[in-house]
Design a protein around this ligand. Structure first.
Ligand code: ATP
Ligand code: MG
Length: 383
């Protein structure tokens, strides 16, 4: 008898020729997430088994595995030989009184001689012999699961702990997350990472208008994201000069539009320089003036050759906040700070900007010089 963790992964993407790539990546991500722990890993016909770990570390190991994209659920289980006697012996040890229960038997290995229903009823009898409890097939307080696998082993477990789902990190390439200090952009990063996209992050600060603390906040948000996204290269760029120039020369209602267009242009250059294939933002339709359909047309319009992913686009703020709480970025995001976008904020930003008007306003700036100067302030932190 061994105490193990039984891991389940999605079946969907494990079809066709991508299967090996996905599975290889998932396995290496699992192993990497447990770096520093003692454990053995086995892959067996549709399940992964983690064994040989320190029982006292089980809670911590589960916590880490729950952050690995591509895993759907896991169960702490007892592993025995898949024979009637061994399974029965183990089931005999179960103490669940005074609760109601149900036994589920699943035979991936149809060579196991007893049909599932029959064996479940038999094991139910064994439990009844040893406990003051009752069978409830419809609403049991405890479920005893017996999973008979193709590897000649059976797994007995009570609970199924939900994991993240999604696709293994790194199977969708790499993108650049525009990371502010707000609630939405960390959620956006998490959501694309969940679809397999690795991320680097880009933050624009307006030091000295924004404080050192605002930057620290972005760093701690990136740190929180690493639980899911692995190591993150954080690029920071000073946006101060750009904002001052726009403030000086452009129509106030177009200030945010022009700022966003310049952020996008810089983001695209950073993508090109670092071989990143997409830009990710935390925009949500209609949330503020700069996130209307027309605004996104005008700001996204400067991007020449990359997709812009906006995974929060159709989410309500409440829904975004719920994800933020789940991934533990919320409390950091709501700390008071100054965003570069709130410096020089116009009273009435345009809600339906046009590309023509934005271009006209931009002609008042030496765009190329501004962008180059901003690019020269780039700093890179490994988080
Ligand atoms: P967030 O909560 O992510 O800050 P928000 O609702 O405050 O979003 P905006 O401030 O309009 O929205 O920003 C929209 C998106 O633009 C952000 O989600 C983020 O991706 C990007 N962004 C905004 N400010 C910055 C910044 N200072 N540095 C990098 N990206 C930014
Ligand atoms: Mg913001």
């Amino acid at each position: 008898m061994d105490r193990v963790l039984l891991l389940r992964f999605g079946e969907l993407y494990l079809k066709g020729k991508n299967r090996n790539i996905f599975e290889g990546k998932l396995i290496s991500n699992i192993k990497q997430s447990l770096a520093g722990e003692e454990f053995s890993f086995h892959s067996t016909f549709g399940r992964y088994i983690i064994s040989g770990y320190n029982q006292e570390r089980e809670g911590e190991i589960i916590r880490k595995l729950k952050c690995v994209f591509g895993l759907y659920s896991l169960s702490p289980a007892v592993e025995v030989d898949a024979t009637k006697e061994e399974i029965e012996n183990e089931v005999r040890k179960i103490r669940i009184e005074p609760k109601s229960f149900k036994v589920n038997v699943k035979r991936a290995d149809k060579n196991f001689p007893i049909p599932s229903m029959e064996f479940a009823a038999y094991l139910g009898g064994v439990i009844l012999e040893n406990n003051k409890c009752e069978v409830d097939l419809y609403n049991p307080q405890v479920e005893v699961n017996v999973d008979i696998r193709m590897n000649g082993r059976a797994y007995i477990y009570f609970e199924k702990i939900a994991c993240q789902g999604g696709l293994p990190l790194g199977t969708a390439g790499k993108g650049l997350l525009l990371l502010s200090g707000g609630i939405d952009s960390p959620v956006a990063g998490y959501l694309v990472a969940k679809r397999g996209l690795e991320i680097e992050a880009l933050h624009f600060h307006s030091y000295p208008y924004t404080s050192e603390r605002a930057k620290e906040k972005v760093i701690s948000l990136a740190e929180k994201l690493t639980a899911y996204c692995g190591k993150i290269r954080l690029h920071t760029i000073s946006f101060t000069k750009v904002q001052e120039e726009i403030h000086k020369h452009c129509a106030p209602e177009y200030m945010i539009t022009i700022m966003r267009r310049i952020m996008m242009r810089i983001a695209e250059r950073i993508c090109k320089a670092n071989n990143l294939g997409a830009i990710i933002t935390g925009e949500s339709l209609g949330q503020v003036a700069s996130q209307t359909m027309q605004s996104m047309t005008v700001t996204g319009g400067v991007i020449e050759s990359l997709p812009v992913f906006r995974p929060c686009i159709a989410m309500d703020k409440e829904e975004i906040m719920a994800v933020a709480r789940n991934i533990d970025t919320y409390e950091t995001s709501i700390l008071p700070y100054e965003d570069c976008c709130t410096v020089f904020l116009p009273k009435f930003p345009v809600i339906k900007p046009t590309i023509e008007k934005a271009e006209k306003e931009e002609r008042r700036l030496d765009l190329e010089k501004l962008i180059e100067e901003a690019m020269a302030t780039e700093e890179i932190l490994m988080i």
